[in-house]
Write a protein that binds this ligand. Structure first.
Ligand code: C2E
Ligand code: MG
Ligand code: MG
Length: 762
């Protein structure tokens, strides 16, 4: 369809070419006139078609229709007299040019909605320049020739420079925008033909060219009108209004045009002497107006430039979301503060405010809600501090308040409390109210401080992390020891990265005893990190760091394979029964890795261990934080045949619904309850409840951290089926397991153990 109408366009143009050549070579003026009228009329069907095609080109089509009719009528009105003697024809010509200018303005408007500051000024300069030139070369000769200032002559004086405005706008459209569709080029050709026709007639009117010039002038118009018709037939006419990228050359093109509009009049004015007083007055007035317009235009350009620069500077210093100053401005302010002298009673202080669990809001409510939270918090923080304090946003959910006028540490604490209080009220989001808390790190800036602004912010940041570690929604004040702790942690982190490669990690194992049979029915693998200098780092210290940094993923995979291979060796060597199980601890980070079930499956295959012999020990946290993901992963693990134990039960949320919702097969009662089970009635009743609940759900029960025979006895009486703890055995290296198991077997049942069916202890 599109190709067909594109083809029609070219045929149409070819017809225009034939008409033009005919008008050029025709010896009969009447034929030329008839061809001219034909060229005006041919636009009608093209305009009708494009009008129906769409709104964008409709406005242009209407304007061009007026142009066509005006030119046609002007031609009919024109007799043999010079144009300036026919005011009606000139008025129609003016109307047509006005429409063309409006059409070009429509195109400019459609293609760039950012406005055209200065375009009007530039157009005015070009028009005035053209006016000066056309006054001196065309209008003035006619005025002096006719000897009167008739209405027609004045209209003529206005009409001449309008052609330059058309030319100017045309060049702006062509230079400014890319891509340029075929219809744009055709319209440009149409306007050029029209302008050339006008020029020929103007030269005839001014007596520079003889009346025979008409032979060339009319064909120019004919070519122009056919091009206009073709432009509106071409399918690309509708893309004329599509947004376009302004080309870089635009400024240069406009500059060349406006400069020449100033240079030419100057040359003309200097090169030709004024004829009479009217000429002198017109020339001087024109020069004054031109100068005034140029000055205004330059002044406006300078102002726009200053505004743009100010905007740029503002953008570089401001956080676009909240409108708060950014890190650069904050560091700048601290720097200035450090170089200033301040009195002994002033203690400038930094408050590092970090929202707690902001990721949860983003993940659950979406980023738009997250943005709303950030903006609201920014507003509240600004309202909570005095005018001379600065609130900056560093990144994400991190804000820094710099109070340069804090008088004492007490005042700093009071301000920190005020900042915490900002979060007491819920934030009203469009999706409903949400509660957000924050952790705040406080760091004072001392007058003698030799630290850099970056270090000071880092101190406040360190303190903020301390507040997070202390349970969030609180504040912590920076002191030097924090720095040492951070440095130590960094050292551990770095060493941990290499621990696996350097074979510094080991697995110790703790046997799990069946309380009825007294047999060792399984082992729990517990990691140890023996550093190069022989020091052993406890998993309680390095596992959380490995979890934070993500190293737990490779380390955990290693532990899994190592533990399963060890079980295989023990079974093969007869150290334990072939049904003995291996328990491996899995951290939340591992469990949220969608690849985890595949890792487990591969480890089982490589070690040659049946999935029923593996217990994975998980904690509740992951089921609370990412329930959907945890459920999906646990189901996949279950389908492998692997069983899952809930570790440290009783210390976290210990929600009954977790036990029902997630596919779990074992509960491990935390040693905190086992510790008091013998002597503390509360602990005992709690353990009794846990066991009763677990049994009713058909779960296997293991008591952790059994240290005394009494505890073991009570647990057995309460119906707990399995136990592990120092009483039975400490975690031991793999090569010590044979003797450990042998010693346990020799011991048989622990003294005093009763079968679980006996009456429970009260
Ligand atoms: P957990 O899984 O609850 O492991 C039991 C912890 O209790 C072990 O501490 C064990 O040595 C200790 N324990 C055992 N019996 C007794 C007792 O009678 N009394 C006392 N006071 N403690 C006892 P350990 O080895 O220091 O491990 C601490 C925690 O580190 C583990 O707690 C587990 O959460 C984590 N962990 C250890 N190895 C790994 C691992 O390979 N991967 C992961 N993700 N976590 C591990
Ligand atoms: Mg465990
Ligand atoms: Mg445990």
């Amino acid at each position: 369809m599109k190709r067909a109408s594109a083809l029609v366009t070219w045929w149409y143009l070819a017809a225009g070419g034939v008409a033009t050549v005919a008008a050029l070579v025709s010896p009969w003026p009447a034929l030329r006139e008839a061809l001219y009228l034909l060229a005006c009329a041919q636009m009608a069907p093209a305009l009708w078609l494009s009008y129906r095609r769409g709104l964008a080109s409709a406005r242009l089509a209407i304007l061009l229709a007026v142009v066509g009719v005006s030119y046609g009528a002007a031609q009919l009105l024109t007799g043999d007299e010079p144009t300036y003697q026919q005011p009606a024809a000139i008025a129609l010509g003016l109307l047509a040019t006005g429409c063309i200018i409006a059409g070009l303005a429509v195109v400019l408007h459609m293609r760039d909605d950012r406005g055209h500051e200065g375009l009007l000024g530039d157009a005015l300069i070009v028009a005035l320049g053209a006016w000066v030139v056309s006054w001196a070369t065309l209008v003035q000769p006619i005025v002096s020739h006719t000897g009167k200032t008739a209405f027609g002559t004045i209209l003529y004086g206005v009409y001449q420079p309008t052609a330059s405005v058309v030319l100017f706008l045309l060049v702006v459209v062509l230079l400014n925008y890319s891509p340029r569709p075929a219809s744009m080029w055709l319209l440009a050709a149409a306007l050029t033909g029209n302008l050339l026709g006008d020029l020929v007639y103007a030269l005839i009117d001014a007596g520079h060219v003889g009346a025979g010039g008409e032979r060339v002038g009319i064909p120019m118009y004919i070519v122009g009108y056919f091009c206009a018709g073709a432009a509106f037939l071409h399918p690309s006419i509708n893309t004329l209004g599509h947004a376009a990228t302004p080309a870089n050359r635009q400024m240069l093109g406009r500059l060349i045009l406006t400069t020449s509009s100033l240079v030419f009049p100057v040359i003309v004015l200097a090169g030709t002497a004024p004829n009479d007083t009217t000429d002198k007055i017109v020339r001087s007035l024109s020069a004054v107006v031109l100068a005034a317009v140029v000055t205004t235009r330059v002044a406006l350009a300078v102002r726009a430039n200053n505004l743009a620069q100010a905007e740029l500077l503002h953008g570089a210093q401001t956080d676009p979301l909240t409108g708060l100053p950014n890190r650069t401005v904050l560091l700048d302010r601290i720097n200035k503060l450090l170089s200033d002298r301040w009195g002994q009673d002033v203690h400038p202080t930094l408050f590092f405010v970090d929202l707690d669990r902001f990721k949860n809001i983003n993940d659950s409510l979406g980023h738009a809600a997250g943005d709303e939270v950030l903006v609201t918090v920014a507003r509240r923080l600004v309202n909570a501090v005095s005018d001379d304090a600065m609130v900056a946003r560093l990144s994400g959910d991190e804000y820094v308040v710099l109070d340069a006028s804090t008088r004492s540490q007490g005042a700093a604490m009071a301000l920190a409390e005020r900042l915490l209080a900002v979060f007491r009220e819920p934030l009203a989001l469009s999706q409903g109210d949400v509660f957000v808390t924050a952790s705040i790190g406080v760091a004072a800036i001392s007058a003698t401080s030799s630290t850099s602004p970056e270090d000071l912010v880092r101190h406040a940041d360190t303190a903020m992390y301390r507040a997070k570690d202390a349970g969030r929604n609180c504040l912590a004040v920076y002191d030097e020891s924090m720095h040492e702790r951070v440095a130590h942690r960094l050292a551990v982190e770095t060493a941990l990265y290499r621990a696996l490669d350097r074979r510094e990690l080991r697995l110790y194992h703790q046997p799990i005893l069946d309380l009825q049979s007294g047999d060792v029915v399984g082992f729990e693998a517990l990691m140890r990190w023996q550093q190069a200098d022989g020091t052993i780092v406890s998993p309680a210290e390095f596992i959380p760091i490995a979890e934070d940094t993500g190293t737990i993923v490779p380390i955990g995979s290693w532990a899994l394979l190592e533990a399963l291979s060890q079980l295989r060796r023990w079974i093969d060597d007869g150290v334990c029964s072939p049904s003995a199980t291996m328990s491996v601890n899995v951290s939340p980070r591992q469990l949220s890795d969608t690849n985890f079930p595949a890792i487990v499956s591969e480890a089982l295959t490589r070690a040659g261990v049946s999935p029923q012999l593996l217990w994975l020990e998980v904690t509740e946290s992951v089921m609370i934080a990412e329930p959907e993901l945890a459920l999906a992963t646990l189901r996949r693990l279950r389908s492998l045949g692997v069983r899952v134990a809930l570790d440290d039960f009783g210390t976290g949320y210990s929600s009954l619904s977790l036990l029902q919702k997630f596919p779990l097969q074992r509960i491990k009662i935390d040693r905190a309850f086992v510790h008091g089970v013998a002597d503390n009635p509360n602990d005992r009743s709690l353990v009794r409840t846990i066991i009763a609940m677990g049994r009713s759900l058909g779960l296997d029960m293991v008591a952790e951290g059994v240290e005394s025979v009494h505890q073991l006895q009570v647990l057995s009486d309460l119906g707990c089926s399995k136990a592990q703890g120092f009483l039975i055995s400490h975690p031991v290296p793999a090569d010590a397991m044979r003797s450990t198991v042998a010693a346990l077997e020799r011991l048989g049942q622990f003294p005093g153990l009763r079968p679980s069916s006996a009456a429970p202890v009260v």
